[in-house]
Design a binder for this molecule. Structure first.
Ligand SMILES: Nc1nc2c(c(=O)[nH]1)N[C@H]1C(S)=C(S)[C@@H](COP(=O)(O)O)O[C@H]1N2
Ligand SMILES: [Mo]
Length: 437
C-alpha cells in the first residue's frame, strides 16, 4: 500500500507538480520558476517534515521532499491529520477507525474523496448557486443571499463513500482501496436544499436532480465533464439535505468542498456534491458523469465473484446499508495484566433507515452482548454506542461489532461480491490481547 501510494504520489507530481504541491501542502503562489513556499504551505510542509526548512527559499516547486519520497515520513494533506492517503490521484484519504472516535468528526479527520481536480481559486463572496431546469423560476444565489433568504440549520450528518470497504472484496475490485475509513459525521451548517428548490418552484415534471460542481475532469481535458450526480426528487425534498457553508462551525475544508457543498446524508457520498455551483431539476433520471452503470451500481441479481456484468444488468443503488465501526480501543489493544473486561465504543448508521441495535461478540460470532446506543443527535447522524465485553481466559481475542436497523437488516460477516466493490457493510472487527495475569 505504501509503495502504491508513493508511486501515485510521483505520478501526481509528474502530471502537474504545481497542482500536487497545492493539494498536498497548500502551496499556492508561484512568483517565479522556483515557486517560493510561503505562509500556510510552508507551515504545512514543515509540519509534515517535522522541522522548519532553513533553505526553503531555494526549494523548487514540485520537489517531493526526500523524506516523503523514500517513505520515511507518511504524507498528510494540509489541514488533515493521521489520514491514510490512498493509491489514486488526485489525493484521496481515509481515516483509521480509532481516529473516528469523536461523536462529531473533526475537520482534520474527515475523509477526502476527489474524482477530479478541485477548483484552484475559490472566492466566497462571488460564489453563486444556480437552480435551473424544471423549476417555475430559475434562480441564482450568492452565499450571503442563501443565508439571508432561508432558515439556517445545523445538523450532524454522515457522509459515506459508496466504495467504502472496497479493499475487502476478492477478487479485488478496481478503484480506491478504502478499508473502513471513508465515513465522516461532521456538523454541517447551511440551508435546506428543499427550501431553496421550493423557492424556485419545483415543477411536477421534475423527476431527478443533477448537481454541478466547480472541479474539473482529472484528465485535464476541458471537453470532459467532471462528476455530476443527483437523486430522485423525493429524496431531494427530504428536509435533512443541507446546502452547507460551514463544517463544525468553521469554513469547510478546501478538500471537503469549500465554500459550498451539498450534504445528502444516507446516500452514497457521491450525491453530496462539493464546490457546488448548480442544481438542475431534470425531467428524467440525470445523465451526468458517473450516473450511468456501472458507476454507483450493483448487479440486479446475484453474480459469481469475478463475473463480468453487462451494463443493462446493473441497478443504481440509493440508500447506504446498515453499518458500524469500533472506534475505541484501537485494534491490537493489549489489556493490563489481571484485566478481565474491556469497554468499547463506536458508531453505527444505516443510510435512510435507523439503527436499532448494536451487538458485540468476543467468540467469532457465537454469542453476542448488546452495546446500548446513545440518543441520536438528529436523523441521519450516526449513533454512538458503548458496550463491555469480558474475557474468560488470557489469549488472543477478536471483537466483532454488528448493527441492526429498523428494517430488521443486520450487518453480515461478509457481503456478496459486486464488480465495482460497492456497499461493503461487513462487520468491523478488532484484535485484543489478554495477557496472562
Ligand atoms: N464536485 C465533486 N463533488 C464530490 C466529489 C467529486 O469528486 N467532485 N466526490 C464525491 C464522492 S465520491 C464522495 S464519497 C464525497 C466525499 O466527500 P468528502 O471528500 O468531503 O469526504 O464527495 C462527493 N462529492
Ligand atoms: Mo465516493
Amino acid at each position: 500500500m505504501v509503495d502504491q501510494s508513493k508511486r501515485n504520489l510521483f505520478e501526481l507530481y509528474q502530471q502537474n507538480a504545481e497542482e500536487a504541491d497545492r493539494q498536498i501542502f497548500g502551496r499556492v503562489s508561484y512568483p517565479d520558476r522556483r515557486g517560493f513556499l510561503k505562509g500556510a504551505g510552508l507551515t504545512a510542509m514543515a509540519a509534515a517534515l517535522g522541522g522548519f526548512i532553513p533553505f526553503h527559499r531555494f526549494m523548487p516547486a514540485g520537489l517531493i521532499p526526500a523524506a516523503i519520497a523514500d517513505g520515511t515520513i507518511e504524507l498528510d494533506i494540509a489541514g488533515k491529520d493521521g489520514l491514510r492517503v490512498l493509491n489514486d490521484r488526485p489525493i484521496n484519504a481515509e481515516t483509521p477507525a480509532h481516529l473516528l472516535d469523536a461523536d462529531i468528526t473533526p475537520i482534520n479527520r474527515h475523509f477526502v474523496r476527489n474524482n477530479g481536480v478541485p477548483p484552484k481559486e475559490v472566492n466566497v463572496d462571488e460564489w453563486t448557486l444556480t437552480i435551473s431546469g424544471e423549476v417555475e423560476t430559475p434562480m441564482t444565489f450568492t452565499i450571503a443571499e442563501l443565508k439571508e433568504q432561508f432558515e439556517v440549520v445545523e445538523l450532524a450528518l454522515q457522509i459515506e463513500c459508496g466504495g467504502n470497504g472496497r479493499a475487502g472484496f476478492n477478487p479485488p475490485a478496481k478503484g480506491n482501496q478504502w478499508s473502513t475509513g471513508a465515513i465522516g459525521n461532521s456538523m454541517w451548517k447551511g440551508v435546506r436544499l428543499k427550501d431553496v428548490l421550493e423557492k424556485a418552484g419545483v415543477k411536477s415534471t421534475a423527476v431527478y436532480t443533477g448537481n454541478l460542481g466547480a472541479d474539473t475532469h482529472l484528465s485535464g481535458d476541458a471537453s470532459k465533464a467532471p462528476m455530476s450526480r443527483g437523486v430522485p426528487i423525493a429524496k431531494a425534498l427530504d428536509p435533512h439535505n443541507i446546502i452547507a457553508f460551514q463544517q463544525n462551525g468553521e469554513d469547510i475544508h478546501p478538500m471537503n468542498g469549500a465554500p459550498l457543498r451539498l450534504v445528502t446524508p444516507g446516500w452514497p457520498g457521491s450525491c453530496s456534491q462539493k464546490w457546488l455551483t448548480g442544481i438542475v431539476l431534470s425531467p428524467e433520471k440525470w445523465t451526468g458523469t458517473k450516473m450511468a452503470p456501472p458507476s454507483y451500481s450493483v448487479p440486479a441479481f446475484p453474480v459469481q465473484p469475478g463475473a463480468v456484468v453487462e451494463d443493462k444488468d446493473f441497478v443504481t443503488f440509493e440508500s447506504m446499508p446498515v453499518k458500524s465501526l469500533i472506534t475505541s480501543p484501537q485494534t491490537g489493544e493489549t489489556l493490563s495484566p489481571g484485566q478481565k473486561s474491556l469497554r468499547l465504543r463506536g458508531h453505527a448508521w444505516a443510510g435512510d433507515s435507523t439503527v436499532t441495535k448494536v451487538e458485540l461478540s468476543n467468540d467469532f460470532g457465537n454469542s453476542w452482548v448488546e452495546a446500548p446506543l446513545a440518543p441520536l443527535m438528529n436523523p441521519f447522524s450516526w449513533a454512538t454506542w458503548e458496550g463491555e465485553v469480558s474475557f474468560p481466559t488470557h489469549g488472543y481475542y477478536e471483537i466483532w461489532a454488528r448493527a441492526t436497523d429498523d428494517q430488521g437488516k443486520v450487518q453480515p460477516f461478509s457481503v456478496a461480491w459486486n464488480p465495482k466493490g460497492y456497499l461493503n457493510n461487513a462487520m468491523h472487527r478488532i484484535a485484543v490481547m489478554v495477557p496472562q495475569a
